[in-house]
Ligand binder design. Structure first.
Ligand SMILES: [Zn+2]
Length: 741
């Protein structure tokens, strides 16, 4: 038998990515992970939800000989994935308690014949003797353990049967490669997973937890029902989840939304399971738009086009909040995460803990303090979230409520230079052994609440009580911003202890002026108005897609989904429909080139779509520009909107590039994409800075008379002039925007 070299396999993987999944390129770490798996190495993947985790094992399963076993905790999730794989034309099956004897026999037969590429198995089924016997006979390519945090008691979804997985795998064959995947970030859970699966030597792939397509917003919980209805009506017809703390609240809010003509259904553990399943299915099949739920809802949900997640009540921890908001925008398109915050909710959550042990209560309290700070803080939300997961983000995200407020000059900044120095010195002089509370107590001289100050002699420090003129909460925000901006760091062993970093030491040596932002004051009514304003500002720009056609394609998608008894996104995802309504593919070949479609799906479902598009194009006399390639990956749409907004505000292109962490040339490329997909942009303000009027006119006239808009030709034409490629490209954008669009 010929063994493929890993280079060949990788080549094959790239082909299949295009052919089966319809993607032209990998996202993030995917390529490196897949390469690792194809080499038969143990692989540990930590990736946030929505970053394309499943593809990391699906693609190697398709490429490698034999069957990949995917261990997955939830039956609903399994069915969902199998449906999606089958829609892509991949033979995937599952083995769990819902199958009849005859069905099980069929699955086993197909697997032994080598036809099944992915076999999803529940951990309970995996433990059965007859299944172990069967799997020993099958040719297994590798084992994927999905939702691997279920192994850990420290995780939020502990499943005891997950702890037996490794022993069972050892019975299945020698040295089967294992890939473990999770979206959980805490180091403790990570350690537990690796230990339990005995894969300490595995290659670790840790992805950034930044979800740049999610817009995070926190609003004070004032008039929240009215705010909620208004918010949902702004997202009319879109899928969303509203999380509430209690079952009673879930029922109440679901009912309230229904009365307000919103197609909403409740979901909580107290409902009878048939009704609960029916409501979940209604959400997946888009027979209802909004599901109102306790946090019990979501783990089994792989709906890619959830456009908003609302926390009607404050979440219990940042980790939970991140997981729950992470259910929005899995397709990479812009989505909105809104939280209504009230300190009363935090009090309530604390009271829930009163019967728990002291340790549990203390832990819960720390989590709630972090949550409270997140809500109150004016620091970029993404920066705060990443900081919580131990990731340093060097710049603001530019796409959250706090960033917008800052851009609009509405954030209340203050000179924090002296205060930061005081904090850093206090941390050093108290021996880097204390937490935020103690540092603030020393600086404000709070000996009455903190008896340790005197017993440690911290009342003798020069910093003692020097800050008593300012409020303890202002000092707290200085400490917390010092942490977020990397002047201080949490101790890795005990996260309640803070230490100074090199950056902090450097600041003491070479102090420079620094500004921090004051926390929100949710008690003032003004904020309410402000956030109204911010909300209207955030209404995303109309996309380049043809809205009428898009709506027609959506209904067609729903109709076909109903006939085939599948959720609509299994047919085509929203991002693909949008691209169809932008590029007007009228043949199956063209359709297969749309991101996320691929050949199998085009063949399987594409005919009525291309027919509809062809008819629409003809009736509306639309000139399709198939030679103009409008290929952008789905998760770029947010960047696009950002660029358009910034250009409208006449922000320097260099600054836009910096904010997005890309080069000027990459930015120009993005702008070109935007123009070629039909959006006019006026960049005169920038061009006027870099090119004098005569030069501009010369280049403009060149494009006016040239046979084509090739930059290469233009470069040749201006070879004797001192003009750069970038200048030419910018002029071409100006020219296109003024003449061709
Ligand atoms: Zn931000």
């Amino acid at each position: 038998m010929e063994v493929d070299s890993s280079a060949n396999l990788m080549e094959k993987a790239r082909e299949k990515l295009k052919e089966v999944f319809g993607y032209v390129s990998f996202r993030g770490n995917q390529e490196a992970i897949i390469h690792n798996i194809l080499q038969g190495r143990n692989t540990f993947v930590i990736m946030p939800t929505g970053a394309g985790k499943s593809l990391c094992y699906q693609l190697p399963a398709i490429v490698l000989e034999g069957t990949a076993i995917v261990i997955s905790p939830l039956i609903a999730l399994m069915k969902n994935q199998v449906d999606q794989m089958n829609a892509f034309g991949v033979n995937a099956q599952f083995l769990n308690s819902t199958l009849s004897k005859a069905e099980i026999t069929k699955v086993k037969k197909e697997t032994l014949a080598g036809a099944v590429k992915l076999l999803y198995v529940a951990p309970e089924s995996l433990a059965k003797e007859e299944n172990i016997e069967f799997l020993r006979k099958a040719k297994i390519s590798f084992i994927a353990v999905d939702e691997a945090h279920c192994i850990s008691e420290w995780g939020h979804d502990f499943r005891p049967e997950y702890r037996r997985i490794k022993t069972i795998i050892d019975h299945l064959g020698n040295n089967l490669p294992i890939i473990a995947l999770t979206a959980t970030a805490t180091p403790k859970v990570r350690q537990d997973i690796q230990k339990n699966l005995r894969m300490e030597n595995a290659d670790l792939f840790l992805s950034s937890f930044l979800r740049s397509n999610l817009y995070y917003e926190v609003k004070p919980k004032i008039d929240s029902k009215k705010q909620l209805v208004r918010f949902i009506k702004q997202h009319k017809g879109k899928s969303g989840i509203v999380y509430c703390l209690s079952r009673k609240k879930v029922e109440e809010i679901a009912e309230f939304l229904k009365v307000n003509d919103i197609r909403a259904l409740p979901y909580h553990a107290g409902m009878d399971s048939a009704q609960r399943m029916a409501n979940q299915d209604a959400f997946l099949n888009e027979d209802c738009d909004v599901i109102v739920a306790t946090i019990a809802f979501g783990m089994g949900i792989d709906k890619p086009d959830v456009r908003f997640v609302v926390h009607y009540d404050a979440p219990k921890s940042i980790e939970g909040y991140y997981q729950e908001t992470g259910r929005a925008g899995r397709d990479g398109l812009d989505s909105h995460c809104l939280m209504f915050f009230s300190p009363k909710d935090i009090d309530k959550l604390e009271k829930f803990q009163k019967d728990k042990s002291v340790t549990e209560r203390d832990n819960a309290k720390i989590l709630l303090e972090e949550m409270t700070y997140y809500a109150n803080s004016s620091v970029c939300r993404a920066r705060q979230l990443l900081h919580y997961f131990g990731e340093y983000m060097p710049h603001d995200c530019g796409n959250c409520d706090n960033c917008l407020r800052k851009e609009e000059g509405k954030a209340e900044e203050f000179d924090a230079t002296e205060m930061l120095l005081t904090v850093l010195n206090t941390v050093v002089k108290t021996g880097q052994r204390f937490g935020i509370r103690h540092i603030v107590d020393v600086i404000t001289g709070n000996t009455s609440d903190n008896k340790y100050i005197e017993s440690y002699g911290h009342d003798k420090l020069p910093e003692f009580a020097t800050g008593k003129e300012e409020s303890p909460s202002l000092w707290e925000t200085v400490v917390r911003q010092a942490l977020i901006y990397g002047f201080l760091a949490k101790d890795t062993d005990d996260v309640t202890v803070i230490k100074i970093t090199d950056k902090g030491k450097d600041f003491i040596e070479n102090t420079f002026n620094i500004k921090f932002v004051k926390d929100h004051d949710y008690n003032s009514a003004e904020i309410e108005e402000d956030s109204e304003l911010l909300h209207s500002m955030h209404t995303p720009q109309a996309s380049a897609a043809d809205e009428v056609l898009l709506e027609m394609l959506r209904s067609l998608c729903k109709k076909i989904a109903k006939q085939k008894k599948l959720p609509p996104y299994v047919i085509f995802q929203e991002a693909s429909l949008e691209e169809m309504a932008t590029t007007y593919p009228t043949t199956l070949e063209e359709l297969a080139r749309v991101n996320g479609v691929g050949q199998a799906k085009a063949q399987k479902f594409g005919q009525p779509f291309v027919e509809m598009i062809a008819k629409y194009v003809e009736e509306n006399e639309i000139e399709t520009a198939n030679d103009v390639v409008v290929k952008t990956t789905v998760n770029k749409s947010k960047t696009k909107i950002f660029i358009i907004q910034q250009i409208d505000r006449k922000v320097d292109l260099d600054d836009i590039a910096e904010a997005k962490d890309i080069t000027l040339s990459e930015l120009i490329e993005e702008i070109e994409h935007i123009c070629y997909s039909g959006t006019k942009l006026n960049i005169d303000y920038y061009i006027n800075q870099i090119l004098d009027p005569e030069k501009q006119q010369e280049i403009y006239e060149y494009f006016m008379n040239a046979e084509n808009d090739s930059i290469k030709d233009a470069m040749e034409a201006f070879a004797d002039d001192d003009i750069t490629e970038e200048e030419l490209r910018l002029m071409r954008i100006k020219f296109l925007s003024e003449v061709a669009l």
